[in-house]
Design a binder for this molecule. Structure first.
Ligand code: GLU
Length: 638
């Protein structure tokens, strides 16, 4: 079994055969982090080849080796997928603070194998009760100057954080270890310190001017002269350690009431001596925060698969489902990448064309119709209307295999027009994918929106999100029609996050065995990133690592199609004029952009070993610092 030679172990009885938790991948990752080491990932331009990881049971994929290691150790102690995801998240808050944390929100899909139940958790931030429609555009209804220093860095962008409430509820349903234990790795690392990774170092450098404006962020991330602390610097965060201790002992309620809640409100309301517009969040908003369970969106794909995603307030699940539904009109399997290698090969011109065109059509509907459905209903009152097979066939018929449509129009779905709002590009998100020994699975996408969120650090040691900038800043469009995704009190901003789980379908069409977990950061580009990964595995037969690594390509609803120029199989020189894929797409009328992509895809695929037992493949995105780590089975491991 060649695949098993790549297996990495953690704390198994046979650990000496395969190394301690994380070796050899973990060691390689650490080596790459020595300052100046060749091949260290870049913030948005890096590409570090990664190997497929396989495991008999227990696999975690996360965006930072220390976080993956914490998850792996929790799994090795008998923890569940939910337990591991919580431990991973707490470490990420510390070591990848630019991307996610308890000051933000998340969506989680959790499959509980023992009763085959699927849960969709909504930990999205909410707008404060006192929010006003134009809060992101102007200081007040009688002062139309924009918020200072910007909508994002003002308190106006800060939504009531949802992560902890969501995690606590998910733990109640899927946890096996005590809540308290899940905070230990993060507390230890926060106290002892960890080396700033190259990606974090570059993120700090890029954000240094904005971080300067916040005394606590400045103290943590910058040197005395105001320059960024470089990669390799040991970072400690005692304030976060103390906060995590409190949360470990007292549970999530200690976040939503009391001293930590007061710290959140204080940082959101901070005017920085009159130089910044304060937010409107109150202690009542925090105390009232709820993380509801939603009905996941599950749609059949090519008859044999069931693809499940997150419903609104994320647009991610719906958009991915629409794209796949349209792609069923085409024989994509015949358009697989050529020159197949560990990086996923070279995508075909027609394959990319069809997927990108379907994405244009899906984005047209998303931009028009999708928002928080507690406030604005979808056409027909549920996702069903937008996912009807006949409707998607009709949409797919708009795709011309010989020419790009450039821009798509939204479908004619009746109901009130809601106005448009474009996608927007953001960067402050992370993906966690986990499977445990019982076959429970978690796919969770977690976010503080932009890198370092609102650049506001609480005295409790964590950053606040700027998630409310995912609302449309304008409540009405150019025609004066209300925009579905307008800011309203208590509403959740529309997201693109698309944690996804795929199952096989039984003969009667019902949901069967788990097959695939994936997701990614990337703002609106999450939708194309997740789509190419799904198509990569389901239509093109790629393994978890190949599909994750595969060239990032796709489109929003504009004439631009992106083809990630950071990929070793794309010749990005001179805007791709020497690259056959890029030139082929241009010949079909696409305006191709070869800018580097910075997806952070984390994929798990379940295969069946020769003896009929599951064999899990893990794929971590070569564009970030993440890692897949697994544990071998104690018995049956050969
Ligand atoms: N805030 C974005 C969303 O919810 C995600 C940002 C990112 O992926 O970096 O869609």
């Amino acid at each position: 079994m060649a695949a098993l030679s790549l297996l990495v172990g953690c704390a198994s009885p046979r650990a000496s055969d395969v190394g301690a938790c994380g070796a050899p991948q973990l060691e390689e990752a650490r080596d790459a982090w020595r300052p100046g080491a060749p091949g260290a990932p870049e913030i948005a331009t890096g590409y570090t080849r990664k190997r497929l990881v396989t495991a008999r049971r227990d696999l975690v994929v996360a965006a930072h080796p220390l976080a993956a290691q914490a998850g792996c150790e929790v799994l090795a102690q008998g923890g569940s997928a939910v337990d591991a995801a919580i431990a991973v998240q707490m470490v990420l808050n510390l070591v990848e603070p630019q991307s996610s944390g308890i000051g933000g929100g998340a969506f989680m899909l959790h499959y509980r194998a023992r009763d085959e139940r699927l849960f969709a958790w909504d930990g999205r931030e909410t707008a404060p009760a006192a929010a006003r429609a134009n809060d992101l555009r102007w200081i007040d209804d009688d002062d139309h100057r924009p918020p200072v220093p910007s909508a994002r860095a003002s308190g106006r962008s800060v939504g009531t954080p949802g992560l902890l409430r969501m995690l606590e509820q998910a733990h109640a349903q899927g946890g096996r270890l005590p809540w308290r234990a899940l905070f230990e790795p993060a507390i230890r690392l926060a106290e002892e310190g960890f080396p700033i990774s190259p990606r974090l170092g570059q993120s700090i450098a890029a954000a240094a001017p904005a971080l300067q404006g916040d005394a606590r962020a400045r103290a943590l991330f910058l040197q005395a002269d105001g320059s960024a602390k470089p990669a390799g610097t040991l970072l400690r965060n005692p304030a976060l350690a103390a906060t995590l201790r409190t949360l470990a002992e007292q549970g999530a309620q200690a976040f939503y009431r009391g001293a930590i809640a007061a710290a959140v409100v204080e940082a959101s309301a901070d005017t920085r001596g009159g130089t910044a517009t304060p937010g409107r969040m109150t202690l009542t908003d925090l105390a009232a925060y709820r993380a509801p369970q939603r009905e996941p969106i599950c749609t059949p794909y090519r008859r044999v698969y069931l693809v499940c995603g997150m419903p609104p307030p994320s647009s991610g699940g719906l958009a991915v489902a629409q794209v796949l539904g349209m792609l069923e009109s085409f024989e994509l399997a015949a358009l697989a990448p050529t020159a197949r290698d560990a990086e996923g090969g070279k995508p075909s011109v027609l394959g990319v064309h069809l997927v990108a065109e379907a994405e244009r059509l899906a984005f047209a509907d998303r931009d028009r119709f999708v928002a928080d459905t507690d406030f604005v209903p979808l056409p027909g009152g549920s996702p069903a209307r937008m996912l009807e097979a006949a409707y998607l066939r009709q949409r797919a018929a708009l795709i011309d295999p010989r020419h790009s449509m450039g821009r798509a129009r939204p479908g004619d779905l009746g109901g009130p027009a809601q106005g448009r709002a474009g996608p927007g590009i953001e960067q402050g998100t992370t993906q966690i994918s986990v499977v445990d020994r019982d076959g429970d699975v978690v796919s969770m996408t977690s976010s503080i929106e932009g890198a370092f969120g609102a650049y506001r650090m609480t005295r409790a040691g964590f950053l606040l999100n700027n998630q409310l900038t995912d609302f449309s800043a304008r409540p009405v469009d150019e025609q004066g029609q209300p925009v579905a995704n307008r800011l309203e009190p208590g509403k959740r901003p529309r997201s693109s996050m698309a944690p996804t789980l795929v199952f096989r379908r039984r003969a009667d069409g019902a949901r069967g065995d788990f097959l695939l977990a994936t997701g990614s950061p990337g703002g609106a580009a999450i939708i194309p990133y997740v789509t190419k990964t799904l198509v990569g595995v389901l239509d093109w037969g790629l393994d978890a690592q190949q599909a994750t690594a595969l060239v990032d390509f796709g489109a929003f609803n504009t004439p631009i199609t992106f083809v990630g120029g950071e990929h070793p199989n794309v010749d990005g020189r001179e805007q791709g004029r020497h690259d056959a894929l890029v030139q082929g797409l241009r010949a079909l009328g696409h305006r191709v952009d070869t800018a580097s992509q910075s997806s952070g895809i984390a994929t798990i695929v379940r295969r069946t070993g020769a003896d009929g037992t599951p064999l899990y493949e893990g794929g971590a995105d070569p564009r970030r610092e993440g890692l897949a780590l697994g544990t071998p089975a104690a018995a049956g491991f050969r």
